[in-house]
Design a protein around this ligand. Structure first.
Ligand SMILES: Cc1cc2nc3c(=O)[nH]c(=O)nc-3n(C[C@H](O)[C@H](O)[C@H](O)COP(=O)(O)O)c2cc1C
Length: 433
């Protein structure tokens, strides 16, 4: 997939517009959180705006204490939800998330390929190695990041081999001759690796369209893995320089693997708090995060860096010299590294540190402002070569979703940075536009 002038835009169905205290708004639609209607409405609007895809992240654990204050990670199964959206949409890509740490590859290959048939070639797989949930799968601890990526590499190889084990071309459907499929083209894999033994073939032929692979996780191992297999990476880049760095690095790594410059699209998450005026947008953001728990943020910083800030004055700057050696095991090295980078570069006072996306928002790029502000900043990042597109994560209220799809996106079309019409039919086609 080549990087060009057209941005590639995905819309998260996370739902970020319910996070923090946003679900408490009268118009949040929280009652529909476990029904398909709310998501269908957004997917249809995203398709009307000709976005590349809608995307459902996923985890396989629940923090029972956190549900007191909000839905958190309580969610529908992503692939089932997207299957419900499949027949109600016709062009937009549907990107599901399935973990290589917990699922068996045969199940992932089958479910994602099923979604590909149900959508006429619009399915994608977001490959995650997962952050938590081992106790739900009989594992005493989370495997180390290195082990998870080793497994992810073999897992992905097996999934692709399963998709190739019953190729589309094998289907003959020749009524006169009585030949349903060319059995010579349907072959077992007989895979015997370190982590998996899978005979195959898959009990489902591949649909005609290739399935885009997206990866999230940006440690050196994560980047190498993505450079080898992914069509796009979902990245956390709280500032433009972080995005420029990772895009250059991904291009170098992809070339080192024999792939072309731009083959791996770099798509930062973009958290959007949008309103008619800047002050309303700031209010929306403040209101959403009003109850954000200081103790949880301090615990998060401790987990990521080993630094305990519980007794610190709010005005005291946090500097690189305060950081102990990096802990041997953190949940996400990507997020830990982004936090260390912020502290080293800006030495922010504690109160400021606690407001930053590296602490409050998965380290995603964040715009709090008007449609104009969002358009200007997106065009600025695009002109600086900081990204190939982004995944929109609207926050605070459902209106932020509408302002993005009906306000920001048309302006990107006017600016010549986004498509006015779909050129192709499949998810892979959109990523190649
Ligand atoms: C932007 C981003 C999004 C992610 N989304 C998910 C997700 O939806 N589900 C999940 O289980 N893990 C998710 N992860 C975790 C990664 O799959 C990975 O396990 C984690 O980042 C550790 O890998 P690393 O050391 O390369 O950072 C995400 C990570 C990043 C950076």
């Amino acid at each position: 997939m080549r990087a060009g002038r057209t941005l590639h835009i995905g819309m998260s169905l996370a739902p970020t517009w319910l996070s923090g205290d946003a679900w408490r708004r009268a118009d949040s639609g929280i009652e529909g959180h476990f029904s398909s209607d709310l998501y269908l409405d957004i997917a249809r609007r995203a398709e009307a705006a000709r976005l590349d895809f809608v995307f459902r992240p996923d985890t396989l654990f629940l923090d029972a204490r956190a549900v007191e204050a909000g839905p958190g990670f309580a969610s529908l199964d992503p692939t089932l939800l997207l299957a419900a959206i499949a027949r109600e949409t016709s062009r937009i890509g549907l990107l599901s998330t399935m973990s290589t740490t917990f699922y068996p590859p045969y199940v992932v290959a089958r479910q994602i390929q099923s979604l590909n048939w149900l959508t006429n070639g619009r399915a994608g797989w977001n490959i995650v190695t997962a952050l938590d949930g081992n106790e739900n799968f009989g594992l005493p601890a989370m495997p180390s990041a290195q082990e998870r990526y080793d497994r992810a590499a073999e897992f992905t190889q097996v999934v692709r081999a399963l998709w190739a084990s019953f190729p589309f071309e094998a289907l003959r459907l020749d009524r006169a001759a009585g030949t349903y499929a060319d059995a010579a083209l349907v072959r077992p894999l007989d895979h015997e690796g370190t982590h998996f033994r899978v005979r195959g073939p898959l009990n489902l032929p591949a649909a005609r369209a290739p399935i885009p692979l997206v990866q999230a996780g940006a440690s050196p191992e994560g980047r190498d893995f993505a450079a080898a297999v992914a069509d796009a990476v979902f990245v956390s880049t709280p500032d433009r320089e972080a995005a420029i760095d990772i895009r250059k690095d991904m291009n170098n790594r992809a070339q080192a693997q024999g792939r072309a410059h731009g083959d791996v699209l770099v798509l930062p998450g973009l958290s959007l708090y949008l309103a008619a005026s800047r002050s309303e947008a700031r209010e929306l953001f403040a209101h959403t995060h009003a109850r954000a728990d200081r103790a949880r943020k301090i615990a998060g910083i401790r987990e990521m860096t080993g630094l305990d800030l519980s007794d610190w004055e709010e005005t005291r700057p946090v500097t690189a010299a305060d950081l102990p050696p990096a802990p041997a095991k953190v949940r996400s090295r990507t997020h830990a590294e982004l936090l260390r980078r912020l502290i080293a570069r800006e030495e922010p006072p504690l109160a400021e540190l606690l407001r930053r996306p590296e602490v409050t928002g998965s380290a995603h790029w964040r715009i709090v402002g008007t449609v104009d502000d969002a358009v200007d900043e997106i065009l600025d990042w695009a002109a600086a070569g900081a990204m190939d597109g982004f995944i929109a994560l609207p926050g605070g209220c459902l209106d932020a979703v509408r302002l993005f799809l009906e306000g920001v996106v048309p302006r990107l079309v006017e600016a010549g940075r986004f498509r006015a019409a779909y050129a192709g039919e499949t998810f892979a086609d959109h990523l190649r536009d």
